[in-house]
Design a binder for this molecule. Sequence first.
Ligand code: OAD
Length: 249
Amino acid sequence: MSPSAEPLPEAELARARELLAGARRVVVLTGAGFSAESGVPTFRGPQGLWRQFRPEELATPEAFARDPRLVWEWYEWRRGLVAQARPNPGHEALVRLEARVPEFLLATQNVDGLHQLAGSQRMSELHGSIWRLRCCGCGDERLDRAHPLPELPPRCGGCGGLLRPGVVWYGESLPLEALQAAVEAARACDLAIVAGTSAVVYPAAGVATAALQAGRPVLEINPERTELSGLVAVSLRARSGEVLPLLVA
Ligand code: OAD
């Protein structure tokens, strides 16, 4: 039976509603599962990208140095998938939540840009964006939603250097200020929502653990159990696109 066919857990829903009703400082951490209902594949799990592909061949600086065209072909394929995707009701619910909470920060591990497309503003992309291109030569960066790109691998219009996807690869640092802001907000929040992530990839998952360590209530939304499930105040076994609109109604 698919997780969405399960009845929504009423007791946990009521508890989650209570937490949300009183919250004035909210931090949200999202992951690939948040975009699953938009048709964007996740990384882990039975249909996950990492079942088909090896991250060390496609998502590291060494892989790109070895074979930039191969890496770009994979990103082009994913840009194509994401180009067809639209924000789902979960993305829209977070926009409504942001509008009513005085202190709000959405930290996402997703590179698909769907939160921005929905209208989220107070947010940071901890793993960059699949729509950003960065020159390995002059460091110039630009947003480019063209799909397909006219040439692979793409080249910088300024210096002619190789362009790379503006995402964070394994072995690379996350944008420091964005990560620190998210961790600090998590320590000081009165509710952290962790939705659609397996929460196993650090340091991004540290946003969730920072809230837990500071004794802040954490609401997890995920159809599957994760390593966080036993530690959080409420673990809602549900799809984010189904349950968040109910919680933020
Ligand atoms: P994962 O693929 O590891 O986890 C997705 C999570 O979403 C799983 O726990 C699913 O159970 C859950 N899920 C699936 N459908 C859902 C739905 N409709 N609603 C809510 N949850 C759902 O993705 P991430 O945790 O984002 O990094 O992975 C973290 C990082 O690992 C990614 O940013 C990427 C990847 O390697 C890099 O590429 C650096």
